[in-house]
Design a binder for this molecule. Structure first.
Ligand code: DX5
Ligand code: ZN
Length: 224
């Protein structure tokens, strides 16, 4: 039985001058999460936003806060992001010396914990860490920028996770992030992903509500 699909539009592609309205529009279109991309200009060659922005958004929406930390040594900032309103924190396997300790730290802080691998990192490195994960994020672009082309050759990583989840008797969610939209959402779900990040394909569209509805309905075609 496949898990139901969760749509997580990315704030990175939002129009920050009307973000309150936009969050309501994606919610009306069926999104349950808002994906918050934090970039430090070090782990990735781009800078986005940090805790003050997340904290102020917390007051204007009840969407689930899915925080994607693309930062070096994330262990330094877990408490700050939990304090700002994160409900799930994803960090990168490549960004820390002790990923196990970071997963434990996130869970001990009272929120869901997730780990991500960049396209060049084999997913098998996560094998022993999976029991500590509430979600695993497979990057389908090189992290750092929105609007890039989806890498379909990352989907075998999703398929490996599905098998490993079964073999280890686990229940973590599987998220894909980067270039996801109506043209490939069903392929992602068919491979086994159940949380879809959508930046340009939803948050960058003129009508956010119908864009969210459309991506979700394409994704759900793979469930029937
Ligand atoms: C890229 C970010 C993504 C990005 C997705 O580093 O992690 O979440 O916002 O944007 P699109 O969907 O436009 O690729
Ligand atoms: Zn992201």
């Amino acid at each position: 039985m496949k898990k139901d699909v969760i749509l997580a539009p990315s704030l990175l592609a939002a129009d920050f001058s009307k973000v309150g309205e936009q969050l309501q529009q994606i919610k009306d279109g069926g999104a349950a999460y808002i994906h918050l991309d934090v970039m430090d200009g070090l782990f990735v060659p781009n800078i986005s936003f940090g805790t003050p922005v997340i904290k102020s958004l917390r007051a204007c929406t009840d969407l689930f806060f899915d925080v994607h930390l693309m930062i070096d040594r994330p262990e330094r900032y877990i408490a700050d992001y939990v304090g700002a309103g994160a409900q799930l924190i994803t960090f990168h396997y490549e960004a820390t010396k002790d990923p196990r300790a970071v997963l434990e730290q996130i869970r001990a802080a009272g929120v869901k914990a997730a780990i991500s691998v960049k396209p060049g990192t084999p997913v098998e490195v996560l094998k022993e860490l999976l029991p500590l994960c509430d979600m695993v994020l497979i990057m389908t672009v090189e992290p750092g920028f929105g609007g890039q082309k989806f890498m379909a050759d990352m989907l075998p990583k999703v398929e490996w996770l599905v098998k490993e989840r079964e073999a280890q008797g686990l229940a973590f969610d599987i998220q894909v992030d980067g270039g996801v939209g109506k043209g490939n959402a069903a392929d992602c779900v068919r491979a086994g992903a159940n949380v879809l990040v959508a930046g340009s394909s939803v948050m960058g569209q003129p009508d956010l509500k119908s864009a969210a509805e459309e991506v979700l309905s394409c994704a759900k075609e793979a469930l029937v």
